[in-house]
Structures are given as structure tokens and as C-alpha cells.
Design a protein around this ligand. Structure first.
Ligand code: ATP
Ligand code: MG
Length: 253
């Protein structure tokens, strides 16, 4: 049994079957990549794992508990954090201010409208944010506005904000999309370092095969909402099912 068990998940959008019958088992503390052409259903699947979408059929279990019917916030509290396809940081806030948001949420269990109640708790949250920035090599940029950071650093901040919530499962939707090679390599190194330092399971959706083969222990190939093959990277390389999955995209290119 994996820490994440997806069974027979299906999702339609009107006449479109975005996910057919998806089965996926992700081992605890592994890095599992999901690859596939545009429109394969990768983001839809991730959205079903974090409560953003409710599948029409099937079940999604995390550590023996169903995530279905829970709000995104409750799922987050279960230990699942997600990095979206476009960075979700507050551009007008500094790195430090951004970092304090998840630390605050973790400290108080929920965002409270009346704000931080005591000086002690604010100091505690600041300390936590500082420690996280040190850990993630962001400390020197603490006063920088997020808007002026490079794409790679924005991603680093966003991943740091997820990690501040101490997730057991980190979901990454194309974390290197649109990045220059140097930023991509930095992100690969960052994720390797995170894996070395923590007990964490990572599910990564990625088009860049350099990233996939640098990080993944297992790979699932999704095409038209259905997993075609799942295996270790060495078996996926050159697998006929992978060519089959991408054929539509290649033919259209
Ligand atoms: N909210 C929605 N309403 C209607 N159709 C949708 C919705 N979200 C996704 N789709 C459709 O479902 C299919 C799967 O989309 P999805 O975004 O999951 O693909 P993807 O594999 O993440 O693609 P990409 O690699 O481009 O990010 C696509 O045909 C898409 O147009
Ligand atoms: Mg997507």
C-alpha cells in the first residue's frame, strides 16, 4: 500500500472525459512523476487530490484516510501541500512577509480575521519564517519584494512556503515551466536537497524530461485521462507506450 492510493478515478467536464479510470499508488518517501502530453489530465488529477475538484467516480486515500469530501484547507491540514502551475505568492509582499503567511497558518491552525493576538506569537512566527528562509537559502533576500525575484527564486519561495506547513506529501505541477536552464537546475538541486533532509513524498508533474529523469523513482505516463504505463525511469525511457502517448502531440507539431 502506498501513502497515496488513487483508485478508479474518473472526471468529466461536460462531454469531455478528462480522466477515465485512473489508478495510482505512490510509495511513502518516494518521488513519483506523472508525465503526458498537454491535455492528458495531469492537472485535473492533481486538482482531485487537493479538493479543488471532486471526481465523478473512484477514491483518493492519503495515509488510509479519504481526501474526498474535504475542503482544500482540511486536506492541507492532513499534510498535503501543492505548488500550482503558476507561482501563488503575493507579489507586493516581501519574501519575509510571504514566508510568515504559512507559518502563521501552521501556528494558529487557521487564518483568523482578528490577526496575530500577542507579541509572543508574532515573534514565534517571525522566528519560524527566519529559520525556513535560512534553510531554503532565501535569508539574504528577506526584504526583497517577491515581484522582483527571478522565476527560479519565486519557485523556491513558493516551495519554502509549502514546506513551512510541514507537509508529508508535496504535489508539484510543472515546477520548472518557463524557467531558464540555470533556474531549472537550481530547482532540481533544491528538490534533491529537500528529499535528503526530510521524510517527504513528492508527486511531480513535469514536461521537462531532464527534470523527470533527474528526480523520479517511478513514472506514470498519462494519455487522454488514462495511465498507459507505470515503471522505473530506466524502463520508461524508450518505452513504446511513451511514444504512443505523445504521438498526437508530435503529429500536431
Ligand atoms: N475546468 C475545466 N472545464 C472544462 N474542461 C477542462 C477543465 N479543466 C481541464 N479541462 C480539460 O480537461 C482536459 C485535461 O486538462 P488538464 O489541464 O488536466 O491537462 P494537463 O495534462 O494538465 O495539460 P497541460 O500539460 O497542458 O497542463 C483538457 O482537455 C482540458 O481542456
Ligand atoms: Mg496541467
Amino acid at each position: 500500500m502506498g501513502i497515496l492510493e488513487v483508485k478508479n478515478v474518473g472526471k468529466r467536464f461536460g462531454g469531455l472525459q478528462a480522466l477515465g479510470d485512473v489508478n495510482l499508488s505512490v510509495a511513502e518517501n518516494s518521488v513519483h512523476a506523472i508525465i503526458g502530453p498537454n491535455g492528458a489530465g495531469k492537472s485535473t488529477l492533481l486538482n482531485c487530490l487537493v479538493g479543488k475538484l471532486i471526481p465523478d467516480t473512484g477514491s483518493v486515500m492519503f495515509d488510509g484516510q479519504s481526501v474526498l469530501g474535504r475542503t482544500p484547507y482540511e486536506i492541507n491540514q492532513m499534510g498535503i501541500s501543492r505548488v500550482f502551475q503558476t507561482p501563488e505568492i503575493f507579489a507586493d509582499l516581501t519574501v519575509m512577509e510571504n514566508m510568515m503567511i504559512p507559518c502563521f497558518a501552521k501556528r494558529d491552525g487557521a487564518f483568523k480575521l482578528n490577526g496575530i493576538k500577542s507579541v509572543e506569537s508574532e515573534a514565534e512566527i517571525r522566528d519560524r519564517a527566519e529559520a525556513m528562509m535560512e534553510d531554503m537559502n532565501l535569508a539574504e533576500k528577506r526584504h526583497m519584494h517577491a515581484a522582483s525575484m527571478s522565476r527560479g527564486d519565486k519557485r523556491r519561495l513558493e516551495i519554502a512556503m509549502c514546506l513551512a506547513q510541514e507537509p508529508r506529501l508535496l504535489l508539484l505541477d510543472e515546477p520548472t515551466a518557463g524557467m531558464a536552464r540555470a533556474d531549472t537546475n537550481n530547482t532540481i538541486d533544491l528538490l534533491k536537497e529537500i528529499k535528503q533532509k526530510r521524510d517527504i513524498t513528492i508527486v511531480i508533474i513535469e514536461h521537462d524530461m531532464h527534470v523527470v529523469f533527474s528526480l523520479a523513482e517511478r513514472i506514470t505516463v498519462l494519455a487522454q485521462g488514462t495511465p498507459l504505463v507505470e515503471d522505473v525511469p530506466s524502463k520508461i525511457k524508450g518505452h513504446p507506450k511513451v511514444r504512443e502517448a505523445y504521438l498526437g502531440e508530435t503529429a500536431a507539431a
